[in-house]
Design a protein around this ligand. Sequence first.
Ligand code: ADP
Length: 477
Amino acid sequence: MNPSPEHLQVRYIAALSAVALLVIIGQAVVQIELSDHSNDARTINIAGRQRMLSQKISKAALALATAPADKAPQNERRDELRAALSTWKASHQALQSGIIQTEWEHRQNSAEVAVLFDAIQPHYESILNAASQIAEARAPSPDHSLLLDAILHNESAFLSGMDSIVQQYERESEARVNRLKRLEIILLALTLAVLTLEALFVFRPAVKKISQAIADLERRTDELKSEIERRIRVELELEKRAADLTASNRDLEAFAYAVSHDLQEPLRSVNGCVQLFERRFKGKLDADSEQLLTYMSQSCIRMKQLIVNVLAYSRIGSQQVAPRRVDTGAAFDRALEDLSAARIDSGAAVTRTEFPVVSGHEVQFITLFQNLLSNAMKYRGAEPPRIHASALRQDGSWLFAVKDNGKGIDPEYHERIFGMFQRLEGGEVGGTGLGLALCRRIVERNGGRMWVESKPGEGSTFYFTVPDKGDRSNDSR
Ligand code: ADP
């Protein structure tokens, strides 16, 4: 099983805590060991001193009991004996009750030591009793030799008993040191075991995880690199295609321009011939031939219109003239003037707000407004056309709107009508299907957008934007 990083973290903290705990216990054990060691040394030292003191007591008692009653040295010897006795007695009691053993706690003597103390107790008491009597006597007396005998008689047993006690102390001290050493070894082994477990269950999976993550990272970097390379290739390809498209568009526009331009001449000839024919034979032909002649004449007019529009459309792309300040209000009025006949015919009412001065080409703005106005008059509803044009400054651009109360357009065709040769009408309403395509092209070439909002039967509003480059209009109507 592969543990999660959270699991590994918990294990790592647990192992670290265990190691810390073991180290603390190890330190405590070492401290106890050191303290025990110094206590044992002190006890052994005092026990050894008891031997020396008992010999000193014997000597001092002997000197007091046998020397002449010379006052000054006798007093000195008595004090000496008393001092030695008091230290000897205090040390004996302390050793026997175990008080010396430790500063922190009262540790009882072991059963073995207690038995040894019991064994020397009668000798101790006899020596203490006899030496105290000698020390307290004012002058040597005949009893003294008896007391001295008692001291000397018990001394060797006491001394050998003390030797056994010291040896027992040494054995016990050694056993304690060994016990603590064993404990230390166990603690060390436990620490090593925890560290091994940590290596096995924390570090090994962690290292595995890290190497996995590195491998993943390397793989992803490689993937990313190849993805970047792929995208660069696609981008270059796209750039190349865009450049090819621009070039072929330019060629097409040039071709369209050339064709429409060159078609004008033969069309003019055909039109001239048709008109000549009409003038010569009007009234002399039968009804069918008259009808045919009318079709021919209308087709010539339509063809001319088409050629003019195609020419205008392809000209927008090849426009070389630098943009100028254009009074859009004047351009609108000029377009409306050119449409006077259609306006009067349709009975249209046209109004507008203030229009700005913008940067661009005047002819293009006139063409733009002409197409929008003529469409608004052409695609009328039951009521006479009411057209209102407005301009509004918005987000660094001028937003123009041409609103009519005409028949409206189904939302399905809102985009399609801006395509070339796209018409929603039959032949009953004249048109080439190029007007709106031309309008959008003009707007986009000037850095703006164009769209329509409309519903069938509710009129249409054609919108377009023109970037505001700081020109101001003071035009009003
Ligand atoms: P054309 O007018 O020569 O047919 P346009 O490109 O100007 O070509 O218009 C395309 C089509 O969009 C028109 O055939 C017409 O159906 C529709 N259209 C354009 N303007 C309007 C309008 N104001 N109201 C309703 N329909 C319109």
